[in-house]
Design a protein around this ligand. Structure first.
Ligand code: ADP
Ligand code: MG
Length: 661
């Protein structure tokens, strides 16, 4: 089986080919991400109604849910005392009679005609003094005797306006009759066996027409595998297409690697093993004519900047230019200073372009915010683009870049530690480099959980430490809304904490930082903090990522329970940057066991990768990564926590692709 015919028919056939699916249903189905027959069958129920007890009418008991079958003997439309229309249908089998009742469903008169055979599923209870099955599921029994809505485990699907589970059951049933012979297995038998997967046809059947929960779970496992497999294949396809591009400003001259080695040797520190590996990967990329499309994932403080800088230096040695884009002006300024110092001897011209600072003239490396791409600057000679603190370079930005520069080498860097297997799936279309160790000699940041009753003591400790040791502290205010942009409520909370602290610590210098400040004001605050003119910096949760201030050694996070572990770890990474011992105080009023377990992981672990795995297990990826807004694909069936399935499906995808190349 080829990758290209991987159930091609089912993927090609649009839902509108199914009976009774017209344009308006087609549109509604799109809300459920269902466009093809393949999608429809991969829309797996999330729970079931258990109507599997099939009994005679005389065996019905009050409070018991069951399915009965019989003939309609009468249909009456009545009114309740309050004037609500009520439909009463009497059904009889050989053993007896029972009433089923609905409210406000006058149209039922056309369904329940006398003499027709029906199945009714629901619970027998009392309506006033009368026994009746209230608002049950029902269906007319055709000649073929098929029951879709009664008589077994009845699937409930996620629905959307105008698309009910009942509607879906019918379409899936009819679709199955038409297409069941198209669900040919596309996996090699070894994979079915190795990964313990039921066969495709069996899986689709078991996902929708299951006889038992056990059958359903097995089926779902296989269908989830299909979902992941499609995702991997799509990414691999994208990657393959990328390989066809040619870089627009070819780096023609050979890279003088001895110069690069000298530069590395003269650094004030030794590179870690993973830094050396990633540098090799980057140098390999920039000497190719395929544009680099690489993501560098590395924990806070793992030393991503120097790795990127070595890349930029190499590009300079080949007579080309680089740009480095940061998410904020403050970070851009910081990079500008770092690079200026770093490249002093090598005589690289470093330029800067942010809303506040602009250097004009020639550059070898230009540092700026993402706004560089919209600026009037001439970026024609740029061959290498580094984007800091971003997980994914979106399609739009890519288009902007292509318009402005053509196809340069692109290195994206992120400190969001995502477990490797998940990253390989999320970012399967990119090359992935991982810095998974910290430079030698980093001290572990001592982390404490501070419950409400110890809060005052905590603050007193900070106060005394600042006075005695002249260190500085960050205070991060509560997260109200887990999104990447700050809300007004968050700004207000920060303002309030700032005012309180000014009174409480009237002998200390308190600063305030939030996104609503003007760029110049932000600059002033951060510079004051950097130069030791502010002792305590109060900020909103979106405190500048990547800030590097070694004398700030205490981090307080208010309402720590509201953050994911990955975010807490990021925030904590603002301290512990120098030789001084650093501390992180997690303030929380939440004493639930779950919260305590989660926050205790912060005390135990110092690695972002480990923490992200724990968070993944405890909270699920949706919550950690803010799935939708960060452009992560949301899974409909599979679960990111199922690392084995993610791995197995990836291996299968690889073998598919290898077979066909
Ligand atoms: P991040 O990966 O979070 O962006 P940075 O690049 O800002 O980390 O590096 C953090 C600090 O570690 C910087 O001060 C940098 O100079 C230093 N650093 C980087 N690599 C090493 C190393 N191999 N040994 C010691 N210090 C290093
Ligand atoms: Mg950084």
């Amino acid at each position: 089986m080829k990758e290209s015919d991987f159930s091609a028919l089912l993927k090609m056939t649009k839902v509108k080919e199914l009976p009774l699916v017209g344009p308006s249903y087609e549109k509604r189905l799109r809300n459920l991400e269902i466009e093809t027959v393949w999608d429809l069958f991969h829309h797996v129920p999330f729970r079931f109604l258990d109507f599997s007890k099939n009994i005679n009418i005389s065996d019905l008991r009050i409070g018991e849910t069951a399915t009965i079958k019989g003939e309609v003997t009468s249909y009456v439309n009545q009114y309740t005392k309050k004037g609500k229309p009520m439909q009463i249908v009497t059904i009889a089998d050989e053993t007896g009679k029972v009433n089923a009742m609905w409210f406000n469903q006058i149209y039922l008169s056309s369904t329940f005609r006398k003499g027709i055979k029906v199945a009714i599923a629901g619970e027998l209870s009392f309506m006033g003094r009368q026994k009746a099955i209230l608002s049950p599921e029902y269906e007319i029994i055709n000649d073929n005797g098929d029951q879709i809505h009664t008589g077994g485990l009845i699937p409930i699907y996620s629905e959307t306006a105008g698309i009910s589970s009942k509607w879906l059951r019918r379409r899936i049933h009819d679709g199955w009759i038409r297409y069941q012979n198209n669900f040919e297995e596309f996996l090699p038998t070894e994979i079915n066996k190795k990964d313990d997967l039921v066969r495709f046809k069996e899986a689709i059947k078991g996902a929708h027409f299951q006889k038992s929960m056990e059958e359903f779970e097995k089926a779902k496992h296989r269908v989830a595998f299909n979902e992941l497999l499609s995702l991997h294949l799509k990414n691999m396809q994208r990657k393959k297409e990328w390989q066809k591009y040619k870089i627009s400003k070819l780096i023609l001259s050979l890279l003088d690697e001895t110069k690069v080695k000298m530069f590395i040797k003269n650094l004030p520190f030794e590179l870690t093993l993973s830094q050396i590996k990633v540098v090799d990967e980057i140098l390999g990329d920039i000497q190719k004519d395929v544009p680099m499309n690489r993501l560098l994932e590395g924990d806070v403080g793992s030393g991503k900047t120097i790795v990127a800088a070595i890349g930029m230096y190499s590009v300079f040695l080949c007579g080309k230019k680089s740009i480095l884009m940061a998410p904020t002006q403050i970070l851009a300024n910081q990079h500008y200073k770092t690079l200026t110092k770093l490249f002093k001897k090598q005589k690289l011209k470093i330029g800067i372009s942010t809303g506040v600072t602009k250097s004009t003239g020639k550059f070898d490396v230009l540092v700026g915010t993402h706004a560089i791409l919209q600026s009037q600057l001439d970026l024609n000679e740029v061959s290498f683009v580094v984007i800091d603190e971003q997980h994914k370079f979106g399609v739009e930005q890519r288009n902007l870049l292509t318009k402005k520069i053509g196809l340069p080498h692109v290195l994206t860097m992120t400190a969001t530690p995502i477990p490797r297997t998940v990253a390989l799936t999320f970012f399967g279309d990119l090359e992935l480099s991982i810095l998974d160790e910290l430079p030698k000699g980093r001290q572990k940041i001592t982390t404490w959980l501070v419950p409400e009753y110890k809060r005052d003591d905590g603050f007193k400790w900070i106060h005394d430490k600042i006075v005695k040791e002249k260190i500085q502290a960050y205070i991060v205010c509560p997260l109200i809304n887990e999104s990447e942009t700050e809300t007004m409520t968050e700004v207000k909370a920060a303002n309030k904490e700032y005012e309180n602290l000014k009174k409480k610590f009237n002998d200390l210098r308190i600063g305030l930082m939030h996104g609503k400040l003007k760029a110049k004001e932000k600059d002033t605050v951060i510079n004051k903090f950097k130069n030791g003119k502010i002792d305590v910096l109060v900020s909103t949760p979106v405190v500048e990522v990547g800030i590097d201030i070694p004398n700030a050694t205490v981090m307080v996070i208010e309402a720590a329970d509201r953050f994911g572990l990955a975010s807490l770890h990021q925030l904590r990474g603002r301290v512990g940057r120098g030789k001084l011992k650093s501390y992180c105080l997690l303030m929380t009023e939440n004493e639930s066991e779950k919260t305590q377990t989660r926050l205790n992981a912060m005390i135990k672990y110092n690695s972002g990768f480990e923490l992200s795995e724990i968070d993944l297990a405890l909270r699920g990826p949706g919550e950690i990564y803010g799935a939708k807004q960060s452009g992560y694909p949301e899974l409909k069936i599979a679960d990111w926590n199922d690392i084995d399935l993610v791995k197995d499906s990836r291996e299968a995808a690889e073998s598919f692709v290898n077979q066909n190349s």
